[in-house]
Each structure stands twice: as structure tokens, then as C-alpha cells.
Design a protein around this ligand. Structure first.
Ligand SMILES: NC(=O)c1ccc[n+]([C@@H]2O[C@H](COP(=O)([O-])OP(=O)(O)OC[C@H]3O[C@@H](n4cnc5c(N)ncnc54)[C@H](O)[C@@H]3O)[C@@H](O)[C@H]2O)c1
Ligand SMILES: [Zn+2]
Length: 356
């Protein structure tokens, strides 16, 4: 097992960690009652192991399960969780454990931020995406009818437990989408990690030791960037949005059904590379290497011929402010570096999406 300090808490990465949760919580002087918030898919596999670990160390857990999927990430559902916690007698000495992917991390963290004006949050991410991205940085929240993540709070988890064993049951498509965020981190901040990923070739990426150090490295990259700009004020944190301007637009154009977030991001990265060639001097062979790496992890790099590209432009205009026809856009001049460009135009983006 390895341990990393990040944000306001500690992150443990290794195998066989889920059954040790009770002991780990004790070590942080947590005690008494807690809520385990999970979704239907994850609870079926792992809630009992977690519950037993907590009971055997003297905690009194209440399991609260919500339907799996993004549609559960609402204020309404957060209210239901709060009501269940009140009914079970949880008070301000209690704490919450989120057991699941990014959806559970975001909603359980949000409830932890508002319940009795804030109680400790422990996260047990069960998707690769949640381990390398959503469990870091302290952003929590829910969606509204009009958009994603419009309501939320910054509330850092006290403890994050990344148990590699839970990834064994994660469907392959869900596993691969985590690599879109990992490749994004490599492109914006770490050319060495980029080469390591290339060297993995077709070998199974599920090897625990390789995954352990990869997850650790991604946590370091994201938390370093977040520490410089926690509240999105200086532009540093915006670098994490590399590939996301077009990625979000594609996700929305596909009604959040056609592509998983990481898949839309993969396409967004391809578009951002085309724009980087034009506006930041990205060399063609570097662009090709990035696209090859996305393909290596079975991520899409072209849009289906019949995909409604016009809907992508509509979504872009909905999402972004184009001042004087220009937008702030993250570009990469070479693998391992990124900056915000102010001179990217809607036409640049339109061209890049047309070529996808
Ligand atoms: N807070 C942040 O900084 C941040 C950053 C990135 C993404 N997010 C959020 O994260 C969410 C996406 O997260 P996600 O991709 O993890 O989605 P998710 O939580 O919906 O999980 C994906 C699917 O996999 C299932 N699953 C999870 N773990 C499993 C396991 N070990 N075995 C079998 N099935 C499992 C889930 O039930 C679900 O059906 C979005 O809501 C996004 O907004 C937040
Ligand atoms: Zn993302």
C-alpha cells in the first residue's frame, strides 16, 4: 500500500483496503455512527464488506443506496439522503462514507458539506475515473435541470481509500474512460508518464502494481494544480479542462447517452490537438502520438459520420462565452505542457469538430 497526502486529507492506494476501512477510520479518531452512501451496482458488490469492517471496529453504519447513474445526482436525491440520515439519528459527530464512482463521490461529498453545516467525508472511489480525478480537488455537487454541477460546495475528504481490487468488477468501457483523464494529465503536465503509458502497449493495463503507481502520479498532478488555484481564480486549474470544451459539447450533443464522459473527452482532446497545431505550434508527430495513445486504450478518436455536428456547435455556444468571436481555450505546445490561449476562434473549433 502507498499513502499520499493530498488536498486536506490522506489517500491510500493498494489492494485489500476495503476490509480495513474501519481500522483506518478509527486511526483518524472518527467514532460512532456513519452513513455509507452507495449506488445499486456498487452496493450489491461491496456494501456488505464495508459494513462488516465498520461494525467489527465499533462503528454503527447505516447503508443508503440510490439508483446507479448520473440521473441520481440531484438536489432531490441529496434531500432523500439527508432525511434518511436524520431518521437514523446521525448528528454532527457522525460522518459519511461515499462508496462508488464520481456520481456517489459528488453527491455524498455534497451531503457531507451541508449536513449539520459540514461533517467529515470519507471517499472510497470504485471507478478509475473517480480515483484519478473526481475524488481529488474537493469539488462536490449535484446537477439541476439546466446543467451539470451547478450547485455544490468545496469540501475535501478526510480520507480517500483507493482499493485496486474493486476495479476488477468495473465494466471495460468504464475502465477505459478513466484513461482519457489520465492521458489528459500526461499531455498537460507529464511527458514521462506519457511515455510510460505508450510503453504499456497492448499489455493488460489492469496489472495492480502498474496501476498503483499510475494512480498515485495522477493524484499528484491534479492536486498540485488544484493547490495553486483551488477556487478557479488564476487560470491554473483551468488547465485541467484541456479537451473539455469540445468534450462537454459532444456529451451534450449526444444527450449524455451516446458517449461516456471519458469517451467524449477523448474526442475533445483530438479537437484540442488540432487547435494546438494551429495556435500553439504542436508538432504533427506529437499530435499523432496523442491520438495513438487514446486508441491504445480503446477510446474513440473520430465521430461517427452521421453524428449531428451542428448540435455540437449549438452546445458549444450554450456553454462558452465567445467575446469578440474568441474564447479562452487550453492548448498544448508539446506533450507535458499546456497554457490558456486567448486567440482561439469559434471557426478554429468548428474546423476541428468538422474534421473529427
Ligand atoms: N468532483 C469532481 O472534481 C469531478 C471530476 C470529474 C468527474 N466528476 C463527476 O463524476 C461523475 C462520473 O463518475 P464515474 O465515471 O465514476 O461515473 P459513475 O459514478 O456513474 O459510475 C459509472 C458506472 O459504473 C458503476 N460502477 C462503479 N464502480 C463499479 C465497480 N467497481 N464495479 C462495477 N460497477 C461499478 C456505477 O454503478 C455506474 O453505473 C460525473 O457526475 C462527473 O460530473 C466530478
Ligand atoms: Zn473530465
Amino acid at each position: 500500500m502507498i499513502s499520499v497526502r493530498a488536498d486536506a486529507g490522506r489517500i491510500l492506494i493498494g489492494k485489500q483496503l476495503l476490509p480495513q476501512t474501519g481500522k483506518r477510520c478509527q486511526a483518524l479518531r472518527l467514532f460512532g455512527q456513519c452513513a455509507i452512501v452507495s449506488d445499486t451496482n456498487v452496493a450489491r458488490q461491496y456494501a456488505d464488506i464495508l459494513k462488516q469492517s465498520l461494525i467489527s471496529t465499533g462503528f454503527r453504519p447505516t447503508v443508503i443506496t440510490i439508483p446507479a447513474g448520473e440521473k441520481s445526482k440531484t438536489l432531490e436525491q441529496a434531500g432523500v439522503i439527508c432525511d434518511r440520515m436524520i431518521a437514523a439519528g446521525l448528528d454532527r459527530q457522525s460522518f459519511i462514507i461515499g462508496l462508488g464512482g464520481g456520481v456517489i463521490g459528488d453527491i455524498s461529498g455534497f451531503v457531507a458539506a451541508i449536513y449539520h453545516r459540514g461533517i467529515p467525508h470519507v471517499q472510497i472511489p470504485t471507478t478509475l475515473l473517480a480515483m484519478v480525478d473526481s475524488s481529488i480537488g474537493g469539488k462536490t455537487g449535484v446537477n439541476t435541470r439546466d446543467g451539470k454541477n451547478l450547485i455544490g460546495a468545496v469540501h475535501h475528504p478526510l480520507l480517500v481509500i483507493d482499493d485496486l481490487d474493486v476495479l476488477k468488477t468495473l465494466p471495460r468501457r468504464e475502465f477505459n474512460q478513466g484513461f482519457a483523464e489520465i492521458i489528459k494529465h500526461a499531455v498537460i503536465a507529464d511527458d514521462k508518464m506519457f511515455r510510460t503509458l505508450q510503453s504499456w502497449g497492448a499489455r493488460s493495463p489492469r496489472r495492480p502494481l502498474a496501476l498503483q503507481s499510475l494512480i498515485k502520479r495522477n493524484i499528484e498532478i491534479k492536486s498540485r494544480i488544484v493547490a495553486k488555484d483551488e477556487r478557479d481564480r488564476t487560470g491554473e486549474r483551468a488547465l485541467l479542462n484541456f479537451g473539455h470544451t469540445v468534450g462537454h459539447a459532444i456529451e451534450r450533443a449526444g444527450d449524455y447517452r451516446k458517449f461516456l464522459h471519458g469517451e467524449a473527452l477523448s474526442l475533445g482532446i483530438v479537437a484540442a490537438c488540432a487547435i494546438s497545431k494551429r495556435r500553439a505550434g504542436l508538432a504533427p508527430d506529437q499530435r499523432d502520438a496523442i491520438v495513438d495513445l487514446l486508441r491504445q486504450f480503446e477510446l474513440p478518436t473520430t465521430l461517427p459520420k452521421n453524428f449531428p455536428r451542428e448540435k455540437v456547435f449549438d452546445a458549444l455556444k450554450f456553454d462558452k462565452k465567445f467575446e469578440g468571436g474568441k474564447v479562452r481555450f487550453v492548448v498544448t505546445p508539446r506533450v507535458g505542457a499546456a497554457h490558456l490561449a486567448n486567440d482561439v476562434t469559434l471557426d478554429d473549433i468548428r474546423e476541428a469538430v468538422k474534421d473529427l
